[in-house]
Design a protein around this ligand. Structure first.
Ligand code: GRF
Length: 204
């Protein structure tokens, strides 16, 4: 069974939905550790209540990304979240991962993004979608590669945009879908049902 490490920076609602789904839906993965780069992340309180190990690896004061990521990797390793036996989920982790980390954990890091990639990568995707005037947006779970929200896509969910949507109302409806598809994607990885072929994922 794979060991799961979840990286957060704030609210932690995706983390919560992942941890609860692992229990409820019997996803065959061991929830090993939640790591936050911020000691005041609200998600840490939820994680504690759910009984998972928590760690804070403060990101202030590092020379470069790799120096920081080495600390993250050693914390992950402490809980068995290795390149071979681990899966790392970014769940609102507000940092760009170094290429060294991505290469070391090739196809072992996944992320959730609140838009239908490749549209609206980066920050404030819901706002970008509304400003662009698209009729549909949604969310994407994807493997992390060295680009910004560019890795092979695992699952996407569509959300219809309403004429009176604000950033907040749209974000809420997208978040509901995020909470559904992130655990689904983890289940697929845990059951080794995903093959990555270049940019594509083949799901069996
Ligand atoms: C989510 O919208 C996720 O798609 C994005 O950051 C947000 C994190 O929310 N990457 P939460 O911390 O999981 O509640």
């Amino acid at each position: 069974m794979l060991n799961l490490g979840i990286l957060i920076s704030g609210r932690g609602s995706n983390m919560e939905s992942i941890l609860k789904s692992i229990r409820k839906k019997k996803i065959p993965i061991n929830p090993a550790v939640v790591i936050s780069n911020k000691s005041d992340a609200k998600g840490l309180i939820i994680a504690k209540k759910l009984g998972i190990n928590i760690e804070v690896v403060e990101s202030k004061g590092f020379k470069n990304r790799w120096e920081y990521d080495k600390k993250i990797i050693s914390t992950l390793s402490k809980y068995g979240v290795s390149q071979k036996n681990g899966l790392v989920c970014l769940a609102g982790f507000m940092r760009i991962i170094s290429p060294q980390f991505v290469k070391k954990y090739k196809n072992r890091i996944i992320n959730i993004h609140p838009a239908i990639l490749p549209a609206f990568p980066g920050l404030n995707s819901q706002k970008q979608a509304l400003e662009y005037g698209v009729k549909y947006s949604g969310c994407t779970v994807h493997f992390v590669d060295t680009g910004m929200d560019t890795g092979p896509i695992i699952i996407q969910a569509i959300v219809k945009i309403k004429e009176d949507d604000t950033e907040s109302t749209l974000s809420k409806r997208i978040l509901k879908e995020e909470h559904r598809i992130y655990p689904e994607a983890i289940d697929l990885v845990a059951r080794k049902k995903i093959k990555v072929l270049g940019r594509k994922t083949i799901i069996s």
